[in-house]
Design a protein around this ligand. Structure first.
Ligand SMILES: CC(C)(COP(=O)(O)OP(=O)(O)OC[C@H]1O[C@@H](n2cnc3c(N)ncnc32)[C@H](O)[C@@H]1OP(=O)(O)O)[C@@H](O)C(=O)NCCC(=O)NCCS
Length: 226
C-alpha cells in the first residue's frame, strides 16, 4: 500500500461508522481526502485481509482515482447499459429481456436511504454499480439485504468490483443491516470468488431453478452476517 493510504473514496455519511471501529480492527485506515463535486470524501476501512489484497490493486490499475459514490438519476442510463450487456450475454442475471429506462427509474425510486445504489466512476465515466435491496417484504426481514454488483465488461479485473462490494458492506453496517445475501448463478466463478474474498459463506444451492440460453441453471446463495 503506498504510504499507507488507499486512494479511493467514500462519502462522509459512512465515515463515522468506519471511524468508530478504527481502533478495534487491524488494517483499517481512514482520512479525509479531498472534495469531489462539493462532497467531502475520505478513504475507508478494509473489511477483511483478503479484501485488503484486492483493494490494494485498485488504485494501481487506473491512472485516475476510482470514486465510489451514491448514484443519481443521471447515472441510470450508464447503469442500465452495464446491466443489459449481461442480460444479453450472461447467466449472471436471469433476466432475459433488456431492462427499460422506465423500469430502471422505478427500481431506483424504490431504493430509499436504507437501500443505497452506488456507482464506481473513473474519469467521470461510470464503470460499475452496486446496490443493496430489501431481501423480503415481510417486516422481520427488514435488516437483511440482497446485494448486486455489476462492472462494465471492459473494466473487469481492475479492482472495481472489490471497491463496490467493500463499499456496500460498509454502508450496510452503517445503516444497521445485519445480513447480506448474494444469490449467484453457479456458473459465475468470478462473482463467487469476489464474494468469498469479502467473507461471504455459501449457505445453499437451488438446483435447476433458472432456464436461460437453452439450459437449466443452479443458484448459489452466499451470506455475510455483519
Ligand atoms: C463479478 C464482477 C462484479 C467482478 O468485478 P471485477 O471488477 O472484475 O472484480 P475485481 O477486479 O475486484 O476482482 C476481485 C477478485 O474477484 C475474483 N475474480 C474476478 N474476476 C474473476 C474471474 N473472471 N475469474 C475468477 N475470479 C475472478 C478474483 O478473486 C479477483 O481478485 P484477483 O484479480 O486479485 O484474482 C464482474 O466480473 C462482473 O460484473 N460480472 C458480471 C456481473 C456479476 O456476475 N455480478 C455479480 C452478481 S450480483
Amino acid at each position: 500500500m503506498r504510504s499507507g493510504v488507499i486512494s479511493f473514496f467514500i462519502e462522509p455519511e459512512i465515515v463515522s461508522d468506519a471511524a468508530t471501529r478504527i481502533q478495534s480492527k487491524k488494517g483499517i485506515r481512514i482520512r479525509v481526502a479531498k472534495a469531489v463535486r462539493n462532497v467531502r470524501i475520505a478513504a475507508l476501512e478494509l473489511t477483511t485481509m483478503k479484501a485488503k489484497t484486492a483493494l490494494n490493486r485498485a488504485p494501481k490499475s487506473y491512472s485516475a482515482a476510482v470514486v465510489i459514490r451514491r448514484a443519481v438519476r443521471s447515472d441510470l442510463t450508464a447503469v442500465n447499459d452495464i446491466y443489459n450487456h449481461y442480460v444479453w450475454h450472461s447467466t449472471c442475471t436471469y433476466q432475459e429481456e433488456p431492462e427499460t429506462t422506465a423500469s430502471r427509474r422505478q427500481w431506483f425510486g424504490q431504493h430509499g436511504a436504507k437501500h443505497p445504489v452506488v456507482v464506481a466512476e473513473v474519469n467521470d465515466e461510470v464503470v460499475g454499480w452496486g446496490s443493496l435491496s430489501a431481501y423480503h417484504p415481510r417486516s422481520a426481514y427488514r435488516r437483511t439485504v440482497e446485494n448486486s454488483v455489476y462492472v462494465h465488461h471492459q473494466h473487469h479485473r481492475r479492482g472495481v468490483g472489490s471497491l463496490l462490494l467493500n463499499d456496500l458492506i460498509v454502508r450496510a453496517r452503517g445503516l444497521g443491516h445485519h445480513a447480506i445475501i448474494a444469490g449467484i448463478d453457479a456458473e459465475q466463478a468470478a462473482s463467487v470468488a469476489l464474494h468469498d474474498r469479502f467473507g461471504f459463506q455459501k449457505v445453499g444451492q437451488f438446483r435447476q431453478v433458472g432456464f436461460k440460453f437453452g439450459r437449466w441453471l443452479d443458484v448459489i446463495y452466499l451470506e455475510l452476517v455483519l
